[in-house]
Ligand binder design. Structure first.
Ligand SMILES: *[C@@H]1O[C@H](CO)[C@@H](O)[C@H](O)[C@H]1NC(C)=O
Ligand SMILES: *[C@@H]1O[C@H](CO)[C@@H](O)[C@H](O)[C@H]1NC(C)=O
Ligand SMILES: *[C@@H]1O[C@H](CO)[C@@H](O)[C@H](O)[C@H]1NC(C)=O
Ligand SMILES: *[C@@H]1O[C@H](CO)[C@@H](O)[C@H](O)[C@H]1NC(C)=O
Ligand SMILES: *[C@@H]1O[C@H](CO)[C@@H](O)[C@H](O)[C@H]1NC(C)=O
Length: 882
């Protein structure tokens, strides 16, 4: 029997439709010659002492054990045509898919045997040498059972399980199997050689990851099909008839859900090329239902070491070439090497040469030119920000594990490539503007900045590893070259058009199609949004970014459409990159971005509509008062949303503008943070450095005034302010509290009472004072008329004060805030010495916007004279959809 999976996983570079059809035919023939399992003599249990081998036992196909209805069989089996590697396997009979193998790394020949004894299972070669065995068992084996789910189980005399194949997954998971946290699937070298290879699929407590030599290249949570349902800590992954799930303690605690059409048999498999796919099998064929990453170029070594992968969508087969300055490697090595023979990659670190083995005079850096990206840049933080290229290169030269760098010129961010070099991907334009350099030794040429890489299909041909069916391949090459040419020409065309018409005013759909950004949410037509909003007639908000309109899409869903006018970011590509990030963040406590629209210079964002509007209206408005329990839930929900932004998702997102206006409430008064990720749209480049102030008065942390870096702790400060407002039901700095207070503090020797003569109350200071006196109930919104829980009030005030610490490093992170609110993390006593600044700053600081200009120098404008320059944005309410 042959193992055939027509839709995926070929070790050759190209998959052509011809090849595919060839396999299908072959598959059908085989299927007819070997009818499915039902006709086999089926043994559900076998007992010690039992021996099976490929040729001598039970059945000519090597099957010695069959599940009750014959769905699965265990066999000594060889998946390829070349009868060399035999494995003890579990096979899904209808599809011939191997779902598990025992001795994947130690194959036996056709005369090897499998033995079942009271001590367990062993697999030995023809000379009787042990090649594989089950681990030592608790008690002696009574029977070996193959279940209808495909689980091979060793049972003891009381029928309890001693060992199960489900607990030792290989590269496949089936329905009924759990893949717990810490466990991983490991890819096979090929469909015929099952030995564990270079890609892993692992489960963490918050995600499912694909990794290559320890470097992450894909996360389930980033996939557009994955929805984050709740905040459970993940314990395991499972697939069933309706989808793929990351689950907490049991099946009811869903963290991430990928919904799939109902199917009776489905596998999740990490293929030899590093893609995790979910496929269902029905009517004698496989259907691929899910694939991560969804583009081939996003797998790390698709084009070999330093090969350049160019996406060729809609075809799933990418085009491989070499970056300029590189050429195809020698015959049996895939990938590229420096064109200059005298240059070679430095030796890897080992014990003898660790550290500074390389005399830096012989290390140089080979530039990759613009438009070339590397997968790890999306998954790692820069090693350093704000350094020059020389510094970045020196860091790499001095570290033997560093293989190269990517450098962002405008932010001075320095990314390092480590462990193992994979393939590069090409970007058609713009992007993060990172420049790559490969560390080489043995040449005295220094950096060389190359232009865009030439389209070198000849290079590629050299490296072609011809595997099978030369005829079929050559037709597929022709097809691909034609397709590649077509796409290149189209790209070229749209490119020249763009230049002619001058930048991004030349809006046309081709321009956007010219590049591909994975995970981009739905793109709407401007006309569609015009109809949805009845020509933008119902404005529901406005702010620094522009205006927000209510609309109804053709599918009847109600949306809030944000027209962004004050766009700082340059170009469609950069905009789309940000949108892809925002669009891929899914969490119950975050407002979902449904899509976007690019129309001329205008950018529109389409969000889900929240019936209850923003927290400020509910909390400060004149409507029904928000009850205590509802306030506490809003506090917890928004804390969870922020915690997710800071550490739950791929790109850390600092909100920069946390305030009640940006916390929306849904039908059930569940809090949802809005406008996250938008602060980036105003920045000149993707970077963790903020040079202009973007928050809103009243919620700004003190570090906005100093040169110290803005971090997620800045959001923690603003969140602390929101917590106090939830307790009091009014603005911390309401209109009547003018900035005279600071004069009081000056005259009063630096210490003024919040409830001073002028009748001003700076609420955060009042909260501090009441905390010092233990009078928490004084702080509560009088409209609640005492309907509160004292412990919870105390808890909120404590947490809020901890969030307000002057030193960002002392503030808790949002995960700890969630823990403290939930009760899992004990509350500390707030450190009053870190809060004394409240006595001095008062409303003057929070109310009068202080502007840091782009040069980094500080200027303190007069209060209320703010309507110029950057302050426009910072002082305006950047409102969310309401
Ligand atoms: C299996 O073989 C071992 C050693 O050859 C022997 O000690 C044992 O009694 C046998 N068990 C059964 C159930 O026949
Ligand atoms: C174990 O299970 C099998 C099949 O269900 C049954 O026939 C047998 O009696 C059970 N033995 C014990 C000790 O429960
Ligand atoms: C699949 O699992 C999910 C999560 O545990 C569950 O909600 C769903 O009902 C299951 N579907 C079926 C068909 O069992
Ligand atoms: C890079 O920065 C370092 C330290 O900040 C400085 O000594 C060096 O002169 C700079 N190099 C260039 C080329 O600007
Ligand atoms: C990097 O930026 C500097 C000034 O910002 C500029 O002079 C230089 O040409 C840039 N280098 C590259 C490689 O773009």
């Amino acid at each position: 029997m042959l193992f055939m999976k027509p839709s995926t996983n070929f070790s050759s570079f190209f998959i052509s439709s011809n090849l595919y059809m060839g396999y299908c035919l072959l598959f059908l023939t085989i299927f007819l010659v070997f009818p499915p399992a039902s006709s086999l003599s089926s043994l559900e249990y076998i007992y010690p002492n039992f021996t099976a081998s490929e040729f001598q036992h039970i059945d000519s196909s090597g099957v010695f054990l069959s599940s009750r209805n014959g769905t699965f069989a265990a066999a000594i089996f060889n998946p390829g045509a070349l009868k060399t590697n035999f494995y003890l396997c579990i096979i899904h009979m209808a599809s011939n898919a191997i779902i598990w193998s025992a001795n994947r790394d130690t194959p036996i020949s056709s005369s090897g045997i499998m033995n079942l004894t009271t001590k367990g299972i062993t697999v030995s070669d023809q000379y009787g040498n042990l090649r594989w065995s089950t681990p030592p068992l608790q008690s002696s084996v009574y029977a070996l059972l193959l279940t209808e789910m495909g689980n091979l189980v060793l049972l003891d005399h009381s029928n309890s399980s001693l060992w199960e194949s489900f607990h030792y997954p290989t590269d496949t998971i089936v329905i009924g199997q759990h893949l717990p946290v810490g466990m991983y699937l490991s890819s096979a070298a090929s469909d015929y050689n099952l030995s564990s290879s270079i890609y892993n699929f692992t489960i963490s407590t918050s995600d499912a990851l694909l990794q290559w030599y320890g470097q992450t290249y894909w996360k389930l949570s980033m996939d557009t099909k994955a929805f984050i349902i709740s905040n459970y800590v993940v314990k395991y992954m499972a697939i069933n008839r309706t989808g793929l799930f990351l689950l907490g303690h049991d099946a009811s605690e869903i963290f991430i859900q990928v919904s799939l059409p109902p199917a009776d048999f489905r596998i999740g498999k990490l293929g030899p090329l590093g893609r995790f796919t979910v496929q269902s099998f029905s009517d004698a064929q496989w259907e691929q239902e899910f694939s991560g990453p969804d583009s081939s170029c996003r797998t790390p070594s698709i084009c070999g070491q330093m090969g350049l992968c160019t996406d060729n969508s809609p075809s799933i087969t990418p085009i491989c070439s070499c970056p300029s300055g590189f050429q195809a490697g020698s015959q049996n090595m895939s990938g590229c090497v420096p064109s200059d023979d005298s240059q070679s990659l430095p030796l890897a670190c080992n014990s003898t040469n660790n550290g500074s083995q390389l005399n830096s005079s012989i290390v140089s850096f080979l530039g990759l030119g613009y438009g070339i990206d590397y997968f790890s840049n999306d998954f790692s933080q820069p090693l350093k920000y704000g350094v020059n290229l020389t510094v970045c290169q020196d860091l790499c030269s001095g570290d033997c594990s560093c293989l190269g760098i990517f450098y962002g010129n405008s932010s001075g961010s320095c990314y390092m490539l480590e462990n193992e070099l994979g393939s590069f991907t090409s970007r058609n334009s713009g992007g993060m503007n990172l420049l790559g350099y490969i560390k080489v030794s043995g040449s005295n040429t220094t950096t060389n900045d190359n232009g865009p890489p030439p389209n070198s299909s000849s290079n590629h041909k050299k490296r072609l590893r011809v595997v099978v069916l030369v005829l079929l391949l050559s037709t597929s090459i022709l097809l691909l070259v034609a397709l590649g040419l077509l796409i290149w020409m189209r790209w070229k065309l749209s490119k020249t058009k763009e230049i002619k018409l001058g930048g991004f005013n030349s809006q046309s759909s081709e321009d956007l199609d010219a590049f591909y950004i994975p995970g981009l949410p739905k793109r709407f037509d401007y006309e569609e949004l015009e109809v949805a909003t009845d020509k933008f007639s119902t404005q529901i908000g406005s702010g620094g970014f522009g205006s927000v309109y209510k609309g109804t899409l053709s599918d009847k869903s109600v949306v809030a459409i944000k027209k962004i006018t004050n766009l700082g970011i340059q170009g469609r590509k950069e905009f789309c990159t940000e949108i892809a990030v925002i669009g891929n963040v899914h969490h119950v406590n975050l407002v979902r971005l449904k899509g976007f629209c690019v129309h001329g210079r205008q950018r529109l964002l389409v969000y889900e509509y929240m019936n209850h509007g923003s927290l400020d209206r509910t909390l400060f408005g004149s409507g029904p008062v928000l009850e205590w329990q509802e306030r506490f839930d809003v506090a917890l929900g928004s804390a969870r949303g922020l915690a997710y932004l800071h550490s739950g998702c791929e790109h850390k997102i600092i909100h920069c503008d946390v305030k009640p206006e940006n916390i929306l409430l849904d039908d059930h008064l569940q809090a949802k943070i809005s406008d996250f990720g938008l602060s980036k749209l105003l920045s000149p480049e993707q970077s963790g450095l903020f040079t202009t102030m973007r928050g809103t008065r009243g919620y700004l942390a003190p570090e906005w005034l100093t040169t110290s870096a803005i971090s997620e702790k800045t959001d923690v400060y603003s969140f602390g302010m929101v917590l106090l407002e939830l307790v009091s039901g009014r603005k911390n700095c309401s209109l009547q509290s003018q900035s005279h207070s600071i004069e009081d503090s000056d005259s009063g020797g630096g210490h003024f009472l919040s409830s001073s003569r002028s009748g001003l109350v700076y609420y955060p200071l009042f909260a501090l004072e009441m905390h010092e006196q233990g009078k928490y109930l004084e702080l509560v919104d009088p409209r609640l008329e005492g309907r509160v829980t004292r412990e919870e009030v105390e808890k909120l005030v404590h947490v809020a004060l901890c969030c307000l610490y002057e030193e960002p490093a002392l503030r808790p992170n949002m995960i700890s805030v969630v823990g403290m609110l939930e009760g899992g993390i004990p509350l500390g006593q707030p450190r009053t010495e870190s809060l004394n600044f409240l006595r001095f700053y008062g409303c003057r600081f929070t109310e009068a916007s202080t502007i840091m200009d782009p040069n980094g120098s500080l200027s303190y404008p007069q209060a209320n004279s703010l309507q110029t320059g950057f302050s426009y944005i910072s002082s305006q309410q950047i409102s969310g959809p309401r």
